[in-house]
Design a protein around this ligand. Structure first.
Ligand code: C2E
Ligand code: CA
Ligand code: CA
Ligand code: CA
Length: 257
């Protein structure tokens, strides 16, 4: 981005006040049933001059400016409000930043936000990336256990790309394993990627975790994942993230594949 970072931080603070940070919703679909099971919530900055800004640009900024707690709060509140009245079987998956797993007040903040929107916490999954866990596994585990006690499910995101993956998997009470998009993308051309995906799905299954593959863009990838026994899929083939206004369309529309 062209502007100075300090300026952007000031802008981000303003953006949070002006409700320019909003959740988008990407369908998560049962790979065998083809049925919608829920959504991953992905933050967007609807900037009045610059248009839509992707999270890769502003999440790091929010972390540096100590605004990430506030950002997560507004995303959670909006996502709860948008989905509380939908079919009770539909879940939402929300990403949290690594540094938030060092914040003991996180579970209470999530509980409060859910209560405000009358959103049952057994419909919420929190997605955690592996880098989150590296430096303070004990603290992360105690926060994760508090979340579990609230009924929240935990997903290990971008599995295979971080550090000490297997140790992380054992240290925290995960419910779900997300195969990183990079493996899914190269799976059709590359036999080794395919073997890695197969091994990760097998590992998830033997640990009784729900396995999710992200970044599914074509039928061939979906076929391979179905054949490997992956549970849930996500990607362009099922639909991109959409705004709250377009959410009713994807809830009613039957999914392909
Ligand atoms: P992620 O959690 O791995 O999310 C998946 C990313 O893959 C999203 O990018 C999504 O739009 C994109 N994607 C989905 N399907 C496909 C596909 O078929 N092909 C391709 N090429 N891409 C696909 P997005 O929305 O730009 O988000 C980027 C990252 O930003 C996320 O990666 C997540 O780590 C982070 N993020 C997003 N929202 C939040 C948030 O509210 N809080 C925090 N802390 N991080 C967030
Ligand atoms: Ca994620
Ligand atoms: Ca991911
Ligand atoms: Ca990612």
């Amino acid at each position: 981005m062209p502007t100075k970072r300090s300026e952007l931080k000031t802008e981000l603070r303003k953006a949070l006040k002006n409700s320019e940070i909003v959740p988008y919703f990407q369908p998560m679909v049962g790979i065998r049933s083809g049925k919608l099971v829920g959504f991953e919530v992905l933050a967007r900055w609807l900037h009045p001059q610059r248009g839509t800004i992707r999270p890769d640009e502003f999440i790091p900024l929010a972390e540096q400016a100590d605004l990430i707690g506030e950002l997560t709060d507004t995303i959670l509140l909006q996502a709860f409000a948008a989905t509380a009245a939908l079919d009770k079987s539909l879940t939402i998956s929300v990403n949290i930043s690594p540094i938030q797993l060092r914040d003991p007040s996180l579970p209470e903040e999530i509980r409060r936000a859910a209560a405000m929107a009358a959103f049952p916490l057994n419909r919420l999954t929190i997605e955690i990336t592996e880098s989150a866990l590296v430096d303070n596994l004990e603290l992360a585990a105690s926060i994760a256990t508090k979340l579990k006690n609230l009924g929240v499910k935990l997903a290990l995101d971008d599995f295979g790309t971080g550090y000490s993956s297997l140790r992380n998997l054992q240290a925290l009470p995960f419910d779900e394993l997300k195969v990183d998009r990079s493996f899914v993308s190269s799976m059709v051309q590359c036999r080794d990627s395919r073997k890695i995906v197969a091994a990760v799905i097998g590992l998830g299954q033997s640990l009784k975790l729900t396995t999710v593959a992200e970044g599914i863009e074509n039928e061939t990838q979906a076929d391979i994942l179905r054949w490997l026994g992956c549970d849930v899929g996500q990607g362009w083939i099922y639909g991109p993230p959409v705004s709250v206004h377009d959410l009713p369309k994807i809830v009613d529309a039957p999914m392909s594949t």
